[in-house]
Design a protein around this ligand. Structure first.
Ligand SMILES: Cc1cc2nc3c(=O)[nH]c(=O)nc-3n(C[C@H](O)[C@H](O)[C@H](O)COP(=O)(O)OP(=O)(O)OC[C@H]3O[C@@H](n4cnc5c(N)ncnc54)[C@H](O)[C@@H]3O)c2cc1C
Length: 476
């Protein structure tokens, strides 16, 4: 709000509108949902997202409580040519949930999850976090394949793809998404699935969030044992090259129900850990076995013996708790910049380069994460969704995480340097959901969708020809 009590809203065609007190009353009357504006007590909390690097000032935040609220907000924005963004869980690294100067359609109050225990059918409102989904399904001995940090949003995850601890066993989140309700740019509310508007459903599944506002998702959940085995050996960085070579040998025969993530990181700065290794550079090999509990300890054993671990924090725990094991490592407000590559193989040179880069990290909080893909991710029909690069057996995400604003430039530059050094090992593609900052958007848009991009652009033109929804990536 300007000092004059007026609200400034950016127009998509350029320039801005200034809403007088009378205009603001009219807007409240039209939209119906709670409207948060500059000057309101909770404006600063409502405009913040997870990444502390992002400091955007939207003109208006519409806190929706229903699909009808979303329809009103979409119509209001379209008719007045205002810039729009959509907020799910607020964990997009580039802060795409918030439109500078625009209208934020905020779904954070729409977190309900309903589970049909008989069919395993799960309906999640689009503001739900993974914790909401996991807790609701856990009660029934079920789980939906999702990501590995429970504070992140279901919406962004699903619209970008969705890798996690159940992915090798049951596929990506989108492979388990069976329908969605969406408000399109024309203000129409509709249900989409493989039979109804299949082109739109295809594009929603991994196509990068620029086709409309999804108000709810429907998923197929899977039975999960009361406890699962989770591997968490920590190896010294000096043993990382050898351990990763041994991991490379193990991967081709690994069971699909074992999902694996190796992180070149730092040992926990935790009094429970031997003081000599606390906070020191280290390799974690994380793995979750989602098959029968009595097979699990044996299934994760190869991950615990890739070298001599310095510590082994492996546990048997309910899946809902496994989903929270990494939560504390990604607090709100820390500074984050992430970029990914897919790899076709793990050569000696690639391993050595990754470990060398891990030793040079400017921040001990940063990591190089190697996601082992394959299994049901690769088995699914590659053309059944907009998601691309399904056949890549590995993904590397460079996660730069740090606290001090004075270190922004150094960490961002280092991430780009590391990404460029690793580019020669890339099999092509980048993951939409580990998407850098706005400055990386063009590159991400070009690389994320491979041969699906052309079809995706056509679907975008059909349902949002005026680009009301800018989404995570550009489909122009
Ligand atoms: C700590 C952390 C851990 C992560 N772990 C994983 C992981 O294990 N696996 C994985 O695959 N990814 C992972 N991610 C990536 C994560 O899935 C993405 O950052 C995702 O965008 C987060 O979704 P969100 O709803 O919280 O984000 P938001 O920032 O709210 O939204 C993300 C994008 O989707 C749009 N959007 C949000 N809701 C809607 C909606 N209802 N309709 C239309 N558009 C919408 C937004 O405008 C924005 O462009 C992780 C991210 C973080 C920060």
């Amino acid at each position: 709000m300007g000092g004059d009590g007026k609200v400034h809203l950016g127009r998509r065609s350029g320039g801005e509108a200034i809403l007088s007190a009378q205009d603001q009353d009219a807007m409240r009357g039209t939209i119906g949902a709670r409207i948060i504006m500059p000057g309101d007590d909770d404006y600063d909390t409502a405009r913040m997202v997870w990444n502390g690097l992002i400091d955007k000032h939207p003109g208006v935040i519409v806190r929706c409580r229903s699909a009808a609220d979303v329809v009103s907000a979409v119509n209001f924005a379209r008719k007045n040519d205002f810039r729009v963004s959509v907020r799910g869980g607020g964990h997009n690294v580039a802060g795409r949930a918030i439109a500078e100067n625009g209208i934020v359609i905020d779904l954070s109050a729409m977190r309900g999850v309903i589970v049909d225990a008989k069919t395993g059918n799960v309906r999640a409102q689009a503001g739900a976090l993974l914790a909401d989904l996991d807790e609701a399904t856990h009660e029934h001995g079920l789980a939906v394949p999702a990501g590995v940090v429970s504070a992140t949003g279901v919406a962004g995850l699903t619209l970008g793809g969705g890798y996690g601890w159940l992915a090798r066993g049951y596929g990506l989140t989108i492979d388990n998404c069976i329908g969605a309700e969406i408000v399109t740019a024309d203000g129409a509310m509709q249900r989409v699935d493989r039979a109804t508007r299949p082109d739109l459903f295809w594009a929603l599944c991994g196509g990068g969030a620029s086709l409309g506002v999804v108000t709810s998702f429907e998923f197929q959940a899977h039975p999960i044992p009361p406890k699962v085995w989770f591997a968490m050996p920590i190896y010294a960085m000096d043993d990382a090259e050898a351990a990763l070579r041994n991991l490379r040998t193990f991967i081709p025969g690994a069971p699909d129900k074992l999902s694996i993530l190796a992180a070149l990181w730092s040992a926990p700065d935790d009094p429970a850990i031997d003081a000599a290794i606390r906070g020191q550079p280290a390799l974690y090999v994380l793995g979750c076995y989602s098959g029968r509990f009595d097979e699990g300890e044996k299934a994760i054993e190869p991950l615990r013996t890739l070298a001599e671990p310095q510590e082994d924090l492996s546990v048997a725990a309910p899946f809902v708790e496994v989903q929270k094991l990494l939560d504390n490592d990604y607090p709100d407000g820390r500074r984050y910049y992430w970029k990914s590559h897919h790899f076709g193989q793990l050569s000696d040179d690639c391993i050595d380069t990754m470990v060398a880069l891990a030793r040079e990290r400017p921040s001990a909080l940063s990591s190089l994460d190697l996601w082992v893909l394959g299994g049901q991710i690769a088995a699914a029909d590659p053309d059944a969704s907009a998601f691309a690069h399904r056949q890549a057996p590995l993904m590397l995400n460079i996660e730069s995480n740090w606290n001090a604003p004075a270190e922004d430039e150094h960490n961002i530059q280092w991430t780009r340097y590391a990404w460029e050094r690793l580019e020669r090992f890339s099999s092509g593609g980048m993951y939409v959901n580990f998407g850098g900052l706005d400055t990386d958007r063009e590159q991400l848009s070009r690389r994320a969708f491979g041969e699906h991009r052309e079809k995706l652009v056509k679907v975008k033109q059909k349902y949002d020809p005026d680009n009301l929804f800018e989404g995570t990536v550009s489909l122009r």
